[in-house]
Ligand binder design. Structure first.
Ligand SMILES: [Zn+2]
Length: 599
C-alpha cells in the first residue's frame, strides 16, 4: 500500500502555534540570554598568547556555536512562517527581532576575528596543534587571514558606519528607481500596465510580438533613466574600489575569490574551458532562431518556448518519480528523501498568499530541514522539488560535522542541489512520452547552459572591464552601454542577432552591495556539480559514500583542495572543466538533431 505524502508542511513539531507560539517566545527570550552571556565573554576575552590559552578559545567557540544554532533555529522557523503566509504580521515583527539579534551576534563575531589575528605567528601555530582546536584549523586560519586583510578595527568600523548611507543606500536607491518603472504592453489584445518584474516574465511568452514589445518598452525605460543608473553603479563601484585601495587590494576579484575560497587560476581555467567550447551553443541559438522562423536569434527571443511541455504529474507522482530516480543513485539519498516526504518537511501546496519561488532551510537544533515551493504539476516543478531536496541532503550530510564547520561558500552551495536536479532532469528526458515532450525537456536543460556559459560570462566580462575603467574615473552611461554590448557579443560568441545594451541597468545583481561579483559562483557551482555527476555516472551505485564525504568537507577546505581530495581532479586546469561542459554539449547536439527535421 502506498502512503499519500502530505502537500502541506508540518511546522508544529518545531514550535507549535505558528507566529503565536509560546515555545517560540520562550526560545527567543532564551536567545537573548545566551547572546548577552556570549557578548560578555567576548568583551572580556584576552588575545591568546600561548598554547595554554587553547582551552579558553575552545570554550569560546563552543559558546559561539551554541548561540549560532539557537539563533538559526528561530531564524529559519520565522522564515518559514513568512513564506507560507505573506499576510502574517506577527511573523514580520518576529523577523525584525531575529535580525537585530543576528546583527548583535555579528558584532561580537568580528571582535573575535580581530582578537585572534593579534596572536603572534609562533604562538598561533602552537595553539592550533592543541587537541581542542585541531578540528577548527581551517576556519580559524581563515578568520585570522580575513582580519589581517583588513585595516585597523577603528578604520574598519568607520567604513562600516559610513557604508550604511554612503554605500548600501545606493543599492536601496536602485530598488526605488526600478520600483517606479511601469511599462505598457499589449498582451492578448489587452493593453496592460506592468512592473519591471511582470514585464520581464513576458520574455518567455509564446507570442513573439509580446516578447519584442515588452523588451523594447523596458529598453526605453532604462534609456530614459540611464544617467541615474550610471550614477548609482559608479558610486557603488567607487566606494568599493576606494575601500580596496585603502586596504591595499589592487585586484577587484580578490574579495569575491576569497569569499568563494578559490584561486584566480581556477576561475581563469573555468572561463577558458567555456570560451573554447561555445560553438555547440552558438549552433543551438542558430537552430532556435530557425525554429522561430527567423534568420538569427534576437536577445528578446532567447527564452522563447519552441514547444510546450504538457506532461503533468500529481504531487504524489512527482514524489514517487523522484524517489525512484534517487534510488538508482544511492540508498541513503532515497531514504532521506522518503523521510522528508513522509514527515511533512515539504510545503508544496498551490494556494494564495504564499511567497513565490523555492528554498530549503535547515533547523540545526532539531537536525531537520524544511523545503518551500509551490507545486503545480509541471516537470519543472518536479525538478525544483528535487533541487531543494538536494540542498536538504547537503545539510543532512553535514550532521556529523561540528556546526562551526558547516558554512560553505556560494560556489559549492549549489553542488548537492544541482546534482539532485540533474538525476531527475536526465531521467525525465529518457522517460519522455513523445518527441515534443523530449524536445521541451532538453531545451530546458540547454537554456540553462546558455545562461551559465554565455549570459553569466558576459556579466563577468562586463564587470571586470567596468571596474578597470572605473579605477580611472566615472564611466558614463554611453560607455557602459558599449562595454555591455561588447561583453555580450563575446559572451554569446557572436551567436545573437541583437544585444541588450542596457542590461547593466536592468540586472539587480550588479547593484547588490553585500556580495561583489554576483555572477561567476553560479557558473562554478553548476559546472562543479556536473563533474561530480559525471563521476557518479562513471562509478555507479558505489559512489554515494564518496559523495557524502565530499559534501561533509565542503566548508572546511578550499575549492581546489576539495576537488583534489574527493575527485582527484585539479580544477586549476581547463581539462577538468571540459568534462562537465561535454555533458552539456551532448544535450545541445541532441536538441539540434531532434529539431532539424522540423526546421
Ligand atoms: Zn539552490
Amino acid at each position: 500500500m502506498t502512503v499519500n505524502y502530505p502537500e502541506v508542511w508540518d511546522l508544529d513539531t518545531l514550535f507549535p502555534g505558528g507566529s503565536e507560539s509560546q515555545e517560540l517566545r520562550l526560545h527567543m527570550n532564551e536567545a537573548v540570554t545566551k547572546l548577552s552571556a556570549f557578548e560578555e565573554l567576548v568583551h572580556n576575552f584576552k588575545v591568546p598568547a600561548a598554547k595554554e590559552d587553547a582551552q579558553k578559545v575552545a570554550d569560546l567557540l563552543e559558546q559561539m556555536s551554541g548561540v549560532m544554532r539557537h539563533l538559526s533555529q528561530s531564524g529559519a522557523f520565522i522564515g518559514c512562517l513568512m513564506a507560507q503566509n505573506t499576510q502574517d504580521k506577527k511573523a514580520g515583527i518576529l523577523e525584525s527581532e531575529a535580525s537585530s539579534l543576528s546583527a548583535r551576534f555579528q558584532n561580537s563575531f568580528q571582535k573575535i576575528q580581530q582578537d585572534l589575528s593579534k596572536t603572534e605567528d609562533g604562538a598561533w601555530t602552537e595553539l592550533l596543534k592543541e587537541e581542542s582546536l585541531r578540528e577548527f584549523t581551517f576556519i580559524l586560519n581563515e578568520w585570522r587571514e580575513e582580519a589581517k586583510m583588513l585595516l585597523s578595527e577603528k578604520e574598519e568600523s568607520l567604513i562600516t558606519a559610513l557604508g550604511v548611507d554612503g554605500y548600501h543606500s545606493w543599492s536601496q536607491l536602485y530598488d526605488m528607481l526600478v520600483g517606479e518603472i511601469n511599462v505598457t504592453v499589449s498582451v492578448d489584445g489587452e493593453s496592460k500596465s506592468l512592473s519591471v518584474g511582470q514585464a520581464n516574465n513576458l520574455s518567455s511568452h509564446k507570442d513573439a510580438a509580446v516578447r519584442k514589445e515588452s523588451y523594447e518598452k523596458l529598453e526605453e525605460a532604462w534609456t530614459d533613466k540611464e544617467e541615474f543608473f550610471a550614477k548609482t553603479l559608479n558610486s557603488i563601484a567607487g566606494f568599493r574600489l576606494e575601500t580596496y585601495k585603502k586596504r591595499g587590494w589592487d585586484n577587484p576579484l580578490q574579495e569575491p575569490l576569497h569569499i568563494n575560497r578559490m584561486k584566480q587560476e581556477t576561475l581563469d581555467a573555468m572561463w577558458g574551458a567555456i570560451s573554447s567550447n561555445k560553438q555547440p551553443f552558438v549552433d543551438y541559438l542558430d537552430q532556435k532562431g530557425k525554429l522561430l522562423g527567423k534568420d538569427g536569434l534576437d536577445w528578446y527571443d532567447v527564452d522563447a518556448p519552441v514547444t510546450e511541455s504538457t506532461q503533468q504529474f500529481s504531487y504524489q507522482e512527482g514524489a514517487e518519480f523522484i524517489l525512484k530516480q534517487f534510488g538508482k543513485f544511492g540508498p541513503e539519498l532515497e531514504q532521506f528523501a522518503q523521510q522528508a516526504f513522509e514527515k511533512g518537511w515539504i510545503e508544496a501546496e498551490d494556494r494564495p498568499n504564499k511567497r513565490p519561488g523555492g528554498f530549503c532551510t535547515g533547523l540545526p537544533l532539531s537536525e531537520e530541514s524544511r523545503i518551500f515551493m509551490t507545486y503545480s504539476g509541471s516537470m519543472s516543478n518536479v525538478a525544483t522539488l528535487a533541487h531543494e531536496l538536494g540542498h536538504a541532503f547537503h545539510t543532512y550530510a553535514l550532521r556529523p560535522v561540528h556546526s562551526l564547520n558547516r558554512s560553505y561558500a556560494m560556489n559549492v552551495a549549489e553542488t548537492a542541489s544541482t546534482f539532485a536536479e540533474m538525476i531527475v532532469a536526465d531521467a525525465a528526458v529518457k522517460n519522455a512520452q513523445s518527441k515534443e515532450e523530449k524536445i521541451a525537456l532538453l531545451e530546458d536543460k540547454v537554456q540553462r547552459n546558455v545562461a551559465f556559459f554565455m549570459n553569466i560570462h558576459s556579466r563577468f566580462l562586463f564587470e571586470t572591464r567596468f571596474y578597470e575603467e572605473r579605477k580611472k574615473g566615472v564611466v558614463p552611461a554611453s560607455r557602459l552601454n558599449e562595454l555591455m554590448e561588447q561583453a555580450q557579443t563575446e559572451g554569446f560568441a557572436g551567436g545573437l542577432a541583437s544585444t541588450h545594451p542596457h542590461f547593466w541597468a536592468s540586472k539587480l545583481h550588479f547593484y547588490i552591495t553585500y556580495v561583489p561579483f554576483y555572477n561567476f559562483p553560479y557558473t562554478f557551482g553548476y559546472l562543479f556539480s556536473l563533474s561530480v555527476y559525471a563521476k557518479a555516472l562513471e562509478e555507479g551505485s558505489g559512489f554515494e559514500e564518496k559523495y557524502l564525504a565530499l559534501l561533509r568537507d565542503t566548508a572546511v577546505m578550499s575549492a581546489e583542495d576539495l576537488a583534489m581530495k574527493h575527485l582527484g581532479e585539479d580544477i586549476t586546469q581547463q581539462a577538468f572543466w571540459e568534462k562537465g561542459i561535454a555533458l552539456c554539449v551532448q544535450d545541445a547536439e541532441e536538441f539540434i538533431s531532434l529539431t532539424s527535421a522540423e526546421a
